[in-house]
Design a protein around this ligand. Structure first.
Ligand code: ATP
Ligand code: MG
Length: 571
């Protein structure tokens, strides 16, 4: 392919609007252009990368027995009303009316549509198992679209949905998808980690996220340094401390004036204690009414865990006035003693024998509170986020916290949608059963950005071979020299004939400009042909990742490049 024929509007300067390195480089390399917030055009080179991701995804999904379909982007509200999500999905769901006033939405995901399709077309156990996928555009009206393709509003997703006759079948399908995802991300040349994720009310270990490791990632994951345990921060279980709680200290709660002293740090400083001696009482509003959550002062509450223990879907911290109504004191002085609310304690709090809490009285705290003796606890559970100081919940080894970008998510849905939409099948005895479902997503466009977050340097993108828009950049030096241009044109044709994707920089530009652009685009191999080397029958080859040039005899060039490409292509 000739550079001069392609629309590759590279930029010398860093675009001001781009915070993330992938966003900056995708713009600078002329691969994407913004149309509106979180909405992008894919230019020829960007589209080539996207298509490469899609191709790998397709091959592995097909290989795992899934079938490709294509569902509409626009979906009728009725289906979402049937599943109950029309009310609860919130503002990420872009809703609108058609000319007849019918409510519609632009699909952020396709559980409703696929379940509707399957309930109409699948009736018998003979048609099962079934796994249908698509690669399609999604719209989510994200509150903060950012980092370019990492969190767009319109983006490309691969979403698959499986239908099985029973739980065992659904779990086998889940494992097949788990393996397929591992192959997909390995073939994309990404360094990633599979982490356990929260599976909400379903529970169990049937939700995994695939995280591309990058310091710039928005997600945090805990990873064991000794065993293969890894989980995202929402899910990572905190192991209960060993031993029994010590007996209570002192005679009971003792009020102490703490004028205007509210936060854990302020209370600790005022009472000359450690934050770990103090307990925070968090007052939440939930769809099941208000509740209090007790967390040790040096720990962070984990709201996903709180939701799961309480069995609620909505959870927000109560406002100032509501806290006053419920506790009788201003924010900063709430405590569990005498509190007329369901009270949930983190397991670390349940082990303390003399804690400091708010007194439910302005400007007072209580000393020597003991949960078992002084408080009516509704339940104790794991309600805080893990830290790097905690032991691995599986093997007791050390943990590290890593940043990651979620590129894939697999999830066991169970009967949620098949019950809501009445998607059933008849077994061999003619009995009706609900279909067991799973769903499996991949952020196809996000992968492009994640690969760049992982592969870049001061000169630009460093694409993995499998995703690079071209495998080889071919640059003539002195293109007016007939020997050089003849050689380069010949090479270009030969490389293409050999099935190598080559971008010949035929522009009337200085070599320096071409070298810069070749680096910026992240092409893994660069071949330079100049008069001097040519006279010796050589071309100069450089790997994007390596600093040094290599002189390769022209007759061996194609074999050399083929070999390098095969080595780096990841299967
Ligand atoms: P996130 O927590 O990042 O918002 P999610 O949990 O909402 O993701 P899913 O509903 O599981 O994501 O969607 C499947 C995949 O689609 C995700 O793993 C991610 O790779 C991708 N994805 C989700 N939201 C976006 C977005 N706004 N822009 C680009 N890709 C996205
Ligand atoms: Mg999301």
């Amino acid at each position: 392919m000739l550079f001069s024929r392609l629309l590759i509007p590279t930029l010398k300067e860093n675009p001001a609007e781009a915070e993330a390195v992938s966003h900056r480089l995708l713009l600078r390399a002329g691969m994407i252009r913004k149309l509106a917030s979180g909405i992008y055009n894919y230019l020829p080179l960007g589209l080539r990368v996207l298509r490469k991701v899609e191709r790998i995804v397709r091959q592995e999904m097909n290989r795992a027995g899934a079938q490709e379909v294509l569902m509409p982007a626009v979906q009728p509200a009725e289906l979402w009303q049937e599943s109950g999500r029309w009310q609860i999905y919130g503002k990420e769901l872009l809703r609108f009316q058609d000319r007849h006033g019918r409510e519609c939405c632009f699909g952020p995901t396709h559980e409703e549509v696929i379940t509707d399709l399957v309930r109409k077309e699948v009736h018998s156990y003979r048609q099962l198992p079934l796994n249908l996928y698509q690669i399609q555009v999604k719209f989510r009206d994200e509150i903060r679209p950012r980092f370019g393709l990492i969190r767009g509003r319109e983006f490309i997703m691969k979403d698959a949905y499986s239908f099985d006759a029973d739980e065992a079948g659904a779990e086998a399908c889940y494992r097949r998808m788990y393996d397929a995802y591992n192959r997909i991300f390995s073939r994309c040349g990404l360094t990633f980690k599979v982490v356990e994720a929260d599976s909400g009310p379903i529970g169990g270990s049937f939700s995994h996220e695939f995280m591309v490791l990058a310091d710039t990632g928005e997600d945090l994951l805990a990873s064991c340094t000794s065993c293969d345990y890894a989980a995202n921060l929402e899910k990572a279980e905190v192991a209960p401390a060993p031993g029994e709680p010590a007996p209570p200290v002192g005679n009971g709660p003792e009020p102490v004036p703490t004028p205007n002293v509210r936060t854990v740090e302020e209370v600790a400083a005022f009472l000359k204690l450690m934050p770990a001696d103090i307990v925070k009482t968090l007052i939440y509003e939930t769809d099941d009414g208000p509740a209090a959550v007790l967390i040790r002062g040096d720990h962070e509450v984990n709201e996903v865990k709180v939701k799961n223990l309480l069995g609620v879907t909505d959870l927000i911290l109560a406002g100032l006035i509501r806290v006053q109504e419920l506790t009788g004191a201003e924010v900063g002085f709430a405590g569990p003693v005498g509190l007329k609310l369901p009270i949930y304690a983190d397991q670390a709090v349940a082990r303390m024998n003399a804690m400091v809490t708010g007194a439910n009285r302005d400007n007072y705290h209580l000393l020597q509170v003991n949960l078992n003796r002084d408080v009516k606890i509704t339940a104790v559970g794991d309600l805080r986020s893990i830290t790097a100081h905690d032991p691995c919940p599986r093997c007791g080894g050390g943990l590290t916290l890593l940043h990651g970008i979620e590129v894939g998510h697999i999830f066991k849905l169970g009967l949620k949608y098949s019950k809501a939409l009445k998607a059933t099948y008849l077994d061999a005895d003619g009995k009706d059963h609900y279909l067991y479902m799973g769903c499996y997503g991949i952020g196809v466009s996000r992968i492009m950005a994640a690969a760049i977050e992982q592969g870049n340097d001061a000169n630009g993108i460093i694409f993995p071979m499998a995703l690079a828009p071209f495998q080889v950049g071919l640059i003539p030096i002195g293109h007016n020299d007939p020997a050089v241009s003849e050689c380069v044109e010949g090479l270009h044709a030969e490389l293409e004939a050999a099935g190598i994707e080559v971008l010949l920089d035929d522009r009337d530009e200085r070599p320096g400009v071409k070298f810069k652009d070749c680096d910026l685009l992240g092409l893994p191999l660069r071949v330079v042909v100049g008069a001097k080397a040519l006279a010796q029958g050589m071309a100069e080859v450089r790997h994007r990742r390596a600093p040094d040039n290599l002189m390769v005899p022209l007759p061996e060039l194609i074999a050399y490049l083929k070999d390098q490409i095969a080595q780096e292509q990841n299967g």
